[in-house]
Design a binder for this molecule. Structure first.
Ligand code: SF4
Ligand code: SF4
Length: 411
């Protein structure tokens, strides 16, 4: 019996030691990105709130210890469940300054049904927001997110609504420092980005969703039956627009929905299993993305997400998995930029993207031509050296594409 106890104790000490060692490695590698134009610097890997609903206060504090000690400084809190908010408040007690909070406005707890609800009712939104500040033991949050706008009708209604006035009022009162919006719909997110109302957009972003038509329902597994060979053009436009206008995307669903489909051999819609590091690298490869908000339901999963920070380039490389997946057509550009640098200074990914848009539309619109003209170097400057093709994991015939682009855009 004594021997058994000794073995158990040694196992616990060993696991704590390995946890501690893993965390030290992770902390040394945390990097921070600008959250768009907000002036805030956020950790590349951040956390959601899902885990806090299944924990007691001590577990919540321990989970937050690991996150903060690993350099995480950003948390998304969409859930109005008092247990979630209360546990986070407790976990941040005495160290509110260590975490930048992205909290959702229009997320409301219905005490009768004991369910969280999305609301546009201003009185309910006020109560939901006041409850959030109270349970988090704070008098402000950094980013106030308009909670989930997933269809155009909702977007059309909300822009000039009392709800939006309330959100602006919260900002003028200093209760939120910046206004954001969350969406799973690329067309809505793009319209929201173009409205100039938002500095931050929380958007669902992963290799599978990128290959679903923007008007399809990403929650419906049926959508995966008609996946596109490349990235949906509305999503491409969204990512470009945000990068050009310094609007930060905080990426959610980076492992895809359904408990992380991309990590599962049985469920991956792409026919290949991705690692958490590859999914996180995929999201962070987009210049508009400030942080990957990773879902983790316990410390072990959190450390598995944070392993991205100490992963090698090879371990982060998602191109090979993407290339072997059932939906990726060889020869299709994914705008990943692995082919750079070009000795002629051509932004190959951008030229390919504009060419794809022109081909999909069947014409060069004035806007597309304007974007092409604005590039510092054009496809006609390609010297046909072929160096890029040796680096492209997707066998894109880049030299041919440059000749085609020069013809299509006239330079
Ligand atoms: S040409 Fe190849 S390497 Fe270059 S951006 Fe496209 S897919 Fe990536
Ligand atoms: S083939 Fe053209 S596009 Fe590719 S690296 Fe050489 S000059 Fe640049």
């Amino acid at each position: 019996m004594k021997r058994l106890r000794l073995i158990v104790m040694l196992a616990v000490v060993a696991s704590l030691f390995s946890c501690h060692t893993k965390q030290e490695e992770i902390q040394n590698h945390m990097t921070y990105r600008d959250l768009g134009s907000t002036g805030l610097k956020v950790s590349e890997v951040s956390i959601g709130c899902g885990a806090f609903g299944k924990m007691d206060t001590a577990q919540a504090r321990a989970f937050m210890d690991v996150a903060i000690d690993s350099g995480v400084n950003y948390i998304d809190i969409y859930d109005a469940n008092p247990t979630v908010r209360g546990n986070i408040g407790y976990a941040l007690e005495g160290r509110r300054d260590k975490m930048i909070i992205q909290g959702h406005i229009g997320s409301y707890w219905n005490a009768e049904t004991e369910q969280y609800e999305r609301t546009r009712d201003v009185e309910k939104a006020k109560k939901g927001f006041a409850d959030m500040l109270s349970l988090l033991h704070t008098d402000y949050i950094e980013v106030g997110m308009v909670h989930i706008i997933d269809d155009m009708a909702d977007w059309d209604t909300i822009q000039d609504s009392p709800f939006m006035e309330y959100v602006k009022q919260l900002k003028s009162e200093g209760k939120i420092q910046h206004i954001g919006v969350s969406s799973h719909n690329a067309a809505v997110a793009l319209a929201a980005a173009k409205s100039g109302l938002f500095e931050v957009i929380m958007f669902s972003l992963n290799p599978a969703f990128d290959r679903i038509a923007s008007d399809a329902n990403a929650w419906d597994p049926e959508s995966y039956k008609n996946m596109l060979p490349g990235i949906d053009p509305v999503r491409v436009e969204l990512y470009d627009y945000c990068a050009q206008h310094n609007i930060a995307i905080t990426a959610m669903k980076v492992f895809a929905s359904g408990g992380g489909r991309l990590l599962s051999a049985e469920k991956s819609p792409m026919g290949k299993v991705f690692t958490p590091s590859q999914c996180i690298a995929y999201a962070l490869a987009k210049p508009c993305v400030a942080t990957a908000v990773c879902g983790a339901s316990n410390i072990e999963e959190l450390l598995s997400d944070l392993a991205y920070l100490s992963a090698t380039e090879e371990e982060r490389n998602f191109s090979a998995v993407l290339n072997e997946s059932t939906v990726s057509g060889d020869g299709e550009c994914t705008y990943c930029n692995h082919c750079s640098p070009c000795p002629a200074g051509i932004d190959i990914a951008k030229v390919n993207e504009l060419l794809d848009q022109a081909n999909q539309a069947g014409k060069v619109s004035p806007e597309l031509q304007k974007q092409y003209d604005a590039l510092p170097h054009h496809a006609s400057e390609c010297v046909q050296c072929g160096a890029c093709e040796t680096r492209c994991p997707f066998e894109v015939p880049i030299r041919e594409r440059m000749l085609e682009a020069a013809k299509v855009f006239g330079k």
